[in-house]
Ligand binder design. Sequence first.
Ligand SMILES: NC(=O)c1ccc[n+]([C@@H]2O[C@H](COP(=O)([O-])OP(=O)(O)OC[C@H]3O[C@@H](n4cnc5c(N)ncnc54)[C@H](O)[C@@H]3O)[C@@H](O)[C@H]2O)c1
Length: 306
Amino acid sequence: MKILVTGGAGFIGSQLVDLLLAEGHTPIILDNFSNGREENVPTGVKTYKKNLLSKKVEKIFKKEKPEIVIHLAAQVSVAKSLENPAEDAAVNVLGTVKLLEYSIKYDVKKFIFSSSSAVYGYTNEAIHEEIPTNPISFYGTSKLVSENYIKLFHRLYELPYTILRYANVYGPRQRSDGEGGVISIFIEQLLSNETPVIFGDGNQTRDFVYAGDVARANFLAITNADNQTINIGSNTQTSINQLYTLLSNHLPSSHQPRYEEKREGDILHSQLSNVKALQHLKWEPHFDLDAGLGTTIEYFKNKKEE
Ligand SMILES: NC(=O)c1ccc[n+]([C@@H]2O[C@H](COP(=O)([O-])OP(=O)(O)OC[C@H]3O[C@@H](n4cnc5c(N)ncnc54)[C@H](O)[C@@H]3O)[C@@H](O)[C@H]2O)c1
């Protein structure tokens, strides 16, 4: 099938493109490379270097007539969403609405969306999809508003969808600069013999899920879980202090982490139930944290040697 992957040059999107190719599909990438990388794009994959908000995006739909749209392109930073809420809303909300309009106009069969655990806000227990949403960042809000547009486009125009709410994704190709995740940043710092920084007391927990598993969830959504909103996580909480200890076992360091003030918009605890993912998507994680850290460290080591 011809599948338009927005954000296909990014961390998760590019691993999805690899998987789609391996499964015999024809992925087409739409990415403005603001955070994506040329080196992530496999040779021969048709790539449109365009902003989601560009008028030219409609032409891509008209020309390519994709059967499926998998929408990953986004402003991905919680901090940037707090600094510039309008920019976040423009890319994340308006960008999504435009893709939905073109999907209706050009007869797309299904719309698959990358949402986030950020839609839930503060919680204490393992999060089920049915609990009330209460985002505490503009990023979380822009994802939630996009979800509501997707559901309404389904109600009004019968566009099938699957919404995937990811936990904290990590793995090869994640950036280790400002927009990266804590795992890639720690690995890079440990490999460079720098002092890692922990924001807050380090007892805050995250649910870490491996990027290859997330790519597989998107692939499964092509044929499963129509019109469902589904968590993609490991159903396990790991504190940042525990994560640091796990990483130090792989990469011994003479540095103790430095603790700095907690960041605004960061939630305290996160653990996503994945019962619904197994039921509707036939998905469960294949990588536990230690195995995933092993392959991620290998990737960063090889990259350093290049
Ligand atoms: N990484 C995580 O932990 C995580 C967690 C929850 C949800 N998500 C969501 O998953 C999706 C993929 O995230 P990622 O971690 O791979 O990030 P990423 O930044 O690597 O990927 C996003 C891609 O979108 C592109 N992009 C950004 N703005 C664009 C625009 N205006 N027009 C066209 N392309 C644009 C970037 O160049 C990049 O390649 C995002 O929607 C993100 O919100 C990620």
